[in-house]
Design a protein around this ligand. Structure first.
Ligand code: ZN
Length: 155
């Protein structure tokens, strides 16, 4: 996510990144919504433009819509990185991740790949956040020599 086109590519489709997932500005629900994309965001787009105005631009294919949503998505990604960095420095990363995942997937539909990746990073998700369990017991597989990553073990 941090070294990708995701924030800008999604913006070109009128999709804004927010802590609860994504906000599709094309959706009718945004047509008369005078709030910014994200009340807590300090970016230029959130300071100056409403969801309704952005909806109007996105619906009509106005090129500046992609630019305005890109401002927000890049600011969101930078802010997310700052929050992540602070959690690491303050040694509260697992709790921060759990809280973020809970907000991102309020219906507990966390993708299996995310459950597995967090497990490898040593972050478990309790039942109130996710009812899936890791697909593998990586610690046991590594200990028993049973782990075989795709493409084989390095040299
Ligand atoms: Zn913003």
């Amino acid at each position: 996510m941090y070294d990708s086109v995701y924030p800008t590519r999604t913006a070109r489709f009128g999709v804004a990144l927010i802590d609860s997932g994504v906000l599709k500005l094309k959706n009718r629900a945004c047509a008369e919504d005078m709030r910014p994309i994200d009340d807590s965001c300090g970016c230029m787009t959130c300071k100056l433009y409403s969801r309704a105005y952005l909806h109007h631009l996105v619906q009509r294919g106005v090129p500046s819509a992609a630019i305005l949503v890109t401002y927000h998505n890049v600011a969101y990604t930078q802010g997310l990185t700052r929050r992540l960095r602070a959690a690491i420095k303050e040694q509260r990363l697992p709790d921060w991740v759990r809280s973020y995942i809970k907000g991102m997937f309020p219906h507990r539909d966390v993708p299996q790949w995310a459950v597995d990746a967090l497990d490898v990073a040593g972050i478990s998700l309790p039942d109130d956040i996710c009812d899936k369990r890791p697909a593998h017991d990586f610690d046991r597989e590594l200990r028993d020599g049973a782990y075989r990553p795709p493409g084989g073990l390095p040299g």
